[in-house]
Each structure stands twice: as structure tokens, then as C-alpha cells.
Design a protein around this ligand. Structure first.
Ligand SMILES: NC(=O)c1ccc[n+]([C@@H]2O[C@H](COP(=O)([O-])OP(=O)(O)OC[C@H]3O[C@@H](n4cnc5c(N)ncnc54)[C@H](OP(=O)(O)O)[C@@H]3O)[C@@H](O)[C@H]2O)c1
Length: 346
């Protein structure tokens, strides 16, 4: 099968930073599905794992943690899917990624592909939707069904136009929250407004002053989707007493937790690979939440976040997508569809 991998960790413009290779088609066992991949999306985690370093791999390392496709074989213990099912998923950071024609994934972290979306529109969603869902409803403990109470609560979503922000805004809106999103350019301001943000502020200026201009003194929830170091003190100033902050981006500097003490504010991390990495007892929750995302899409409650599509899936297009992600200013998601010479399964 075709795959795209690396042996050396190089800057993206280097010839060998990602290479087209041929690998044997894997065989599913246990609860694994073998999926024929139709589309993938590229995330900042791909770029972070590929970051230049001295290490050299003996076998090609396959990156990529977002895909949509068709189940072509199932392991002997599979219960939730059968051959021919259309699926979408992010996969596990501890296993080979989705830059390959055929891919093994545990069925407990796979969802039914939305019926109303194409493969590329679907591939834009899994990793970011799992992250946003777990952050909002598991870590910040926002009650999805309590729309009446949520209407009196507000959330600040920092980095609203990125891949995660674009789906987080829609899910927070669906839950009934009042949303303030951050964006720094006219294009990204327009994008977050269109997705449902009630107010937009700039992440390079004081949150406190900008919120005061909107007659907002404090916020119940903060979802930090970019540069935790930069936003830490700003977040501490505006979180409501007993409010909750969730970040998905690792800090590089020391963070002073004491700024939250007098307010008895909560700080919590979200890492969407936790469940698959540790095989937690509730790992199957990702299967259910992806199915819920599918249902919301098919009912027209939320929409795909795809904003750029490349084709075919090969080292050249994946390099192009990595370069775009490295700018830190992409809007929504970049998706790549079809392997060259792809035979459609009918
Ligand atoms: N923990 C997890 O499970 C998890 C899951 C997914 C992603 N992540 C991490 O979360 C981060 C965001 O992921 P993503 O896919 O949403 O990224 P992305 O799509 O690359 O985000 C791009 C957006 O970030 C905004 N941005 C740039 N600098 C910013 C800053 N200093 N403060 C706030 N916003 C800023 C830009 O908006 P403007 O152009 O308007 O400035 C741009 O639209 C990445 O670091 C990623 O690795 C973690």
C-alpha cells in the first residue's frame, strides 16, 4: 500500500522531511478495524511530532491523526462496525498514523461518518471535535442539555478561528452558552462570527479592557486553544470566582497557579489522546461522542470546518499542508483527499 513517512526529522522544505513509500497492508486483530482511507486532515500535532531533531528511525514513521474511509476488514472481537461501513476517526498517537492507504484503528475510538458529508468534509472533524467535546463537556463540565441555564453563562474561546476553535464555537453555541471568541484579523473575526460567536475580541490585547468595553466583567468558562503562556495572566484576571479554565496547549514557562487561588477557580488540561494512550475504562466514550457529532451534522445543528482541500494524498501535498499549519494562521481545517490511482470500492 502507499504511505507517506519519515526516517529523519527535518525542516519541512528538505527533500526527505516526508517521503512516499510502499508498505505491506496491515492485518486487523482483536478490536481493530482495517480502514481504506479516503481523506485525511492535517493538525498542528503532525507538525509537532515531525519537528527537527537528531533522532533517526529504523523503520519509516507514519504520522497523521485524522481520517475518513471505509471498513474493509475487521478483527475477530469487533462489535460496533462491519465491512463496508463508512467511518471517521483520529486514532491513537501511540500507533502508526493515517498517512497510509490502509490503516488499523481500535473500533472504540471510531465513529460513523456523517451521511450528509463527503469523505473530505468528514475528515476535517474527528481530532478537533473530540478535543472540543471533551474540553467543554468532560473537563469544564458544561451540561450539554441544560440550555436554559447555559444561556446565563458565558465562555471565552481563545483562538476561535483555528481547527479546534471552529468546532468548539459551534458546540458551545449548541449548548446554549453566550460566546466571546478571540481572533486577530478581519478574516478570522468574520469566520468566528459566522460560526456563532456573539462577540469577538483580539488575543493580542488585554482581555479585561476589551470585555469591559462590552460591559462584561468576568467569564464563567475559558477554553484556551493557543499559547497558554501568553494568556495565563489575562485569563486569571477575567475568570469568574469559582469559574473554570481548560487549556489544550502545553506551557513552556512556569505558570503561577496561585493567581487562581482566591477565586477558587479550576484549571484543567484536555489532551484528546489520553483515552487511547492509557486505554482508560471509558475509552469507548470517543466512539459515542463521534457518533453524536455525526448526528448533529446530519440534523444540520453544526457544520464541517473544512476550509482548504488538496489532492492527491502524497508527500508533496502533505508537505504543503504542514507548511501552511506552521504559519500558525490557518482558518478552519486543511484536508487532503484520495491516493493517486485510487480504485473506488463500490
Ligand atoms: N490537547 C489536545 O488534545 C489538542 C488537540 C488539538 C490541538 N491541540 C493544540 O492546540 C493548538 C491549536 O490547534 P488548532 O488545530 O486549533 O490550531 P490552528 O488551526 O493551527 O490555529 C490557527 C489559529 O490560531 C490563532 N492564533 C495564532 N496565534 C494565536 C495566539 N497567540 N493566541 C490565540 N490564537 C492564536 C490564529 O488566529 P488569528 O489568525 O486570528 O490570530 C489562527 O486562526 C495547537 O497547539 C495544537 O497542537 C491540542
Amino acid at each position: 500500500m502507499k504511505a507517506i513517512g519519515l526516517l529523519k526529522y527535518l525542516s519541512i522544505e528538505k527533500e526527505e522531511s516526508l517521503i512516499d513509500i510502499e508498505l505491506p497492508r496491515p492485518i486487523p486483530k482483536g478490536r481493530d478495524l482495517l480502514v481504506k482511507i479516503e481523506a485525511i486532515s492535517i493538525n498542528p500535532v503532525d507538525v509537532k511530532v515531525r519537528a527537527p531533531k537528531e533522532k533517526i528511525e529504523k523503520e519509516p514513521k507514519i504520522l497523521g491523526w485524522d481520517a475518513s474511509g471505509i471498513v474493509v476488514e475487521v478483527g475477530e472481537e469487533c462489535e460496533s462496525f462491519k465491512v463496508g461501513d463508512e467511518v471517521f476517526y483520529a486514532g491513537s498517537i501511540t500507533r502508526p498514523g493515517t498517512y497510509s492507504e490502509y490503516h488499523l484503528v481500535d473500533e472504540r475510538i471510531v465513529g460513523r461518518k456523517p451521511n450528509t458529508l463527503s469523505y473530505s468534509e468528514s475528515a476535517a472533524l474527528p481530532l478537533t471535535a473530540i478535543t472540543a467535546w471533551e474540553a467543554l463537556f468532560d473537563r469544564l463540565d458544561i451540561e450539554l442539555i441544560n440550555k436554559v441555564e447555559n444561556e446565563f453563562k458565558n465562555i471565552l474561546i481563545i483562538g476561535g478561528a483555528g481547527g479546534v476553535g471552529s468546532i468548539a464555537i459551534q458546540l458551545a453555541k449548541y449548548a446554549g452558552l453566550h460566546i466571546i471568541a478571540t481572533a486577530s484579523r478581519q478574516e478570522t473575526r468574520d469566520w468566528v462570527k459566522k460560526l456563532g460567536a456573539d462577540h469577538v475580541i483580539n488575543h493580542y490585547q488585554s482581555f479585561k479592557n476589551q470585555l469591559a468595553d462590552l460591559q462584561i466583567n468576568e467569564v464563567d468558562f475559558i477554553l484556551c486553544l493557543n499559547n497558554t503562556d501568553q494568556h495565563w495572566n489575562n485569563m486569571g484576571e477575567i475568570i469568574k470566582p469559582q469559574g473554570k479554565i481548560c487549556s489544550i496547549v502545553e506551557n513552556k514557562e512556569f505558570l503561577d497557579l496561585n493567581i487562581l487561588k482566591n477565586k477558587s477557580a479550576t484549571f484543567v488540561w484536555e489532551f484528546m489522546f489520553t483515552r487511547s494512550m492509557y486505554h482508560t475504562d471509558d475509552m469507548i466514550k470517543q466512539h459515542f461522542l463521534l457518533n453524536k457529532i455525526s448526528e448533529l451534522i446530519d440534523k444540520g445543528e453544526i457544520k464541517t470546518t473544512i476550509n482548504k482541500k488538496l489532492s492527491p494524498i502524497n508527500a508533496a501535498t502533505i508537505k504543503e499542508a504542514h507548511q501552511l499549519i506552521e504559519t500558525g494562521s490557518t482558518i478552519g481545517k486543511i484536508v487532503i483527499e484520495n491516493f493517486e490511482g485510487d480504485q473506488k470500492i463500490l
